[in-house]
Design a binder for this molecule. Sequence first.
Ligand code: MRU
Length: 341
Amino acid sequence: MKIKGKLYRTIWMDGNTIHTIEQNKLPEEFEIISIDSLEGVANSISTMIIRGAPAIGAMGAFGLAQAIQKMDSPTAEDIQKVYDFLYETRPTAYDLQHGLDFVMTKTLTETDPSSMKQLAMESAQAYVDASAEACRKIGEYGNSLIKNGDSLLTHCNAGALATVDYGTALAPMRIAHENGKNIFVYVDETRPRLQGAKLTAFELHEEGIPHAVIADNAAGYFMARGDVDLVITGTDRVAANGDVANKIGTYEKAVVAHENGIPVYIAAPISTIDFTCPTGNYIPIEERDQNEVLDINGLRVASKGSQAFNPAFDVTPAKYITGIITEQGIFKPGELDKINR
Ligand code: MRU
């Protein structure tokens, strides 16, 4: 992704240090932080310094590889302990498990400690590179859905910041823009944490893609007026039947789009598809601190003494989804069994 004209990935490793962009400080401050400990890795995921399903998967992969470098003589039990510790940090994004599984499985094909360490590092890097490439391909496939002059709507941040690079929902918009198509993006602000207003708007601005932030509850207004041609969002976990969990509010956007005859596409690398999960009813939904709802930017806006509920994700049933854009092409939600895994 381009930030102030310079190319960045959201996360990378240099020696045994992990570097990532501090997303809680955007858009006001652009800070890169360095992480050298397992606690630092876990904290970066749970406090959302890094967030977005594929980006969390990349942090899991690098975090496990980093921890393995510090073990005198890594054993399956030691690796499993680190895996379990990182797995607990956020429950909904399937990519975290995917990234951890990839590195652990590859590492355990060796028994010699130095080969295990080398394999852990190489597999984590391979996982992260493949994740970036998957998003680039999602961009290519998704671009085929976008016509010159289209207006799109997106929810939350499924941009480069939510992935290693390119984004999922934002990748097709990036490529359409690069190819000279005239597009406009309606960006849902995405309460409670405002990933749309803070992160998606930041990315689109940096890329020069025309856009406007709208209040979450304005999406229906613009859709009913015929101003939105296409909805594209990301997802944290796709169930085998094509139900998808994504940022809270995605469900209602999909229902309103469906009511207005607007296609809804979900952009996701295959690392986000949980083929072991039969339907959306089985997807674990993270419940976050109620202060995220009661406050805005640390300032209490709700009446003192009131409580809040804060589910971070909701499930959109497959019937509201036109297609799922993956690195292998665009599939109907009922066709996921055609994907090569
Ligand atoms: O709570 P977040 O910011 O991690 O939620 C992110 C989303 O809901 C994204 O849409 C999803 O992870 C897809 S990211 C390409």
